[in-house]
Design a protein around this ligand. Structure first.
Ligand SMILES: Cc1ncc(COP(=O)(O)O)c(C=O)c1O
Length: 508
């Protein structure tokens, strides 16, 4: 087991650290860091083998092998952040941390703007969008810079060509900000909102999720499908491509909340077959707060050859952009959506730079490490508290993400006690030094009072539904941790030990 103190690992990246003074070079700024990482990539082809399947929630040996091979590299990667070494910060699902060189250049940008505030952009938006598009598997005209996921999803859902009576099909796992948008859009256009259940059971599979969604489609009336990947309350990575195919079979527009997708997964957006994505720049992607990515498919791709859906631009200062929702050939939608007022612009530039930084390190490498570490964390939690502690599907490899949802209390009534669970959350940080997320969306979900079915849900539960009957079927209150790439198995061990101690103290 690697120790938490810094050791001199044997991978080539570490040789560069010692020989060439990697950390000192950070002081030279982003360009030097990126150049150096380019050197790293040339020196050492990444171990990009991801085990194709994970079965039982134990640590698959392939994941253990990957972690053993990659931990030295990611120990060095961790040194590019100011994250404290003790009680590692694990909840990139709340907010990420900017890498030091990006942060420095960001601050320099703010200083530059303060000295001479006249220029609107430190870097033209098409340059930044080009950097993002490259790493996200999209064209620059499909990428807009938004303020965050909430903003992107709000623009997307308000921009569709709705007719009264249309149906909007959502998963049961949507984040409250976006639930608010769904309710607003439904109220404004007279839509019916339907839900498909995604139970947080360990053995729930991708196929069952697709079946659940299929059952709730009303042919000819379901206009759009909206879900998150990964979803906030349980961390399940919804089977994006399968759901995209299902939607296309029925002529349904797809909108995905990818708040946790960018920076965690290799985001080949044009290949997903999805029409619209809203992605956070400041969570797993580790850009500045208040940055996000809005993707709008702007061509007919092999994964989605459907004609482009009409899309009304809600926010743009572009006087020449169409006002009728059409998209003439050659129309740069990303540019139109990125033209609004006077941005700070240092944050935009930093978002582009952090995306480039991720590309340099290797998005596949980061993804594989995060997912393997999450497998490890799940295995440790299962070993400590049993499989019933997992509040997420975790046997189907397709559904795994770097968000680990669990509840370590042994008795069902404890796992459904909001007071006890919130106390655990505050004592985890107060006594053990670890932040954890707590709660599903409970009564803030899509089924809300005065809907009589809301009575079936309780505060902080995951307001789920049975995938066959659609009856309200609340899941236990989840706690969430995560496995950002600056962490190691030792950090996960510390975290699980802290949970064990605290559960015991709290009468578990
Ligand atoms: C699934 C999901 N969507 C949206 C958000 C809001 O993110 P943002 O700050 O990017 O708007 C969150 C925040 O945790 C989330 O978990």
């Amino acid at each position: 087991m690697p120790s938490k103190s810094f050791c001199i690992p044997s991978a080539p990246v570490s040789r560069l650290i010692t020989r060439r003074g990697f950390l000192e070079k950070l002081g030279a700024g982003t360009v030097a860091t990126l150049a150096l990482l380019r050197e790293l990539r040339a020196d050492e082809p990444p171990a990009t083998i991801l085990p194709p399947t994970t079965t039982a929630p134990g640590t698959p040996p392939a994941a253990e092998d990957l972690l053993a091979a990659e931990e030295p590299f990611f120990a060095d990667f961790a040194r590019v952040f100011t994250i404290a070494d003790e009680h590692k910060y694990l909840v990139a699902s709340q907010k990420g941390s900017m890498p030091i060189p990006i942060l420095r250049h960001f601050k320099e940008g703010l200083d530059q703007i303060a000295r001479d505030p006249f220029p609107v952009y430190l870097e033209p938006s098409e340059v930044t969008r080009g950097k993002i598009a490259k790493g996200y598997g999209a064209r620059p005209d499909e990428i807009a810079i938004s303020r965050n996921t909430t903003d992107a999803i709000s623009q997307i859902l308000h921009g569709l060509d709705w007719r009264a009576g249309d149906e909007l099909l959502c998963s049961t796992l949507e984040y409250p900000n976006c639930v608010a948008t769904v309710l607003r859009v439904a109220g404004r256009f007279g839509l019916t909102v339907r839900q498909f259940g995604v139970p947080s059971r360990p053995d729930f599979s991708a196929e069952e999720i697709v079946d659940s969604a299929r059952r709730r489609i009303t042919p000819g009336r379901t206009k759009a499908m909206f879900f998150s990947c990964p979803a906030h309350p349980s961390g399940v990575a919804m089977p994006v491509r399968r759901l995209a195919r299902l939607a296309q079979e029925h002529g349904i527009i797809t909108v995905v909340d990818g708040a946790h997708y960018g920076g965690m997964f290799v985001p080949c957006l044009d290949e997903t077959g999805i029409d619209f994505w809203g992605i956070s720049g400041h969570k797993w992607q580790c850009g500045p707060g208040g940055t996000g990515i809005l993707y709008a498919r702007n061509a007919q791709w092999p994964a989605n050859p459907a004609p482009l859906p009409r899309f009304y631009i809600v926010r743009s200062g572009d006087l020449d952009a169409p006002t009728d929702g059409s998209r003439p050939a050659g129309f740069d939608l990303g540019a139109a959506l990125s033209l609004y007022g006077f941005p700070e612009s240092a944050d935009w530039r930093a978002l582009g730079e952090v995306c480039e930084f991720w590309d340099q390190v290797g998005r596949e490498r980061i993804q594989n490490y995060i997912l393997a570490l999450a497998d490890y964390a799940r295995a440790r939690l299962v070993a400590a508290f049993g499989e019933e502690a997992m509040v997420q599907p975790c046997k189907d490899a397709e559904l795994r993400s770097g968000i680990v949802a669990f509840n370590p209390f042994p008795r069902p009534e404890q796992r459904r006690d909001p007071k006890l669970c919130h106390e655990f959350q505050s004592r985890m940080i107060g006594e053990c030094g670890f932040h954890v997320g707590c709660g599903g969306t409970g009564l803030k979900g899509l089924t809300r009072p005065p809907d009589p079915e809301a009575a079936a849900f309780f505060d902080s539960c995951i307001p789920n539904r049975d995938p066959e009957t659609n009856q309200p079927t609340p899941d236990d209150i989840p706690f969430r941790t995560g496995t950002p790439a600056w962490c190691s198995r030792a950090d996960m061990d510390d975290f699980v030990s802290a949970c064990k101690v605290l559960v015991k103290k709290m009468g578990g």
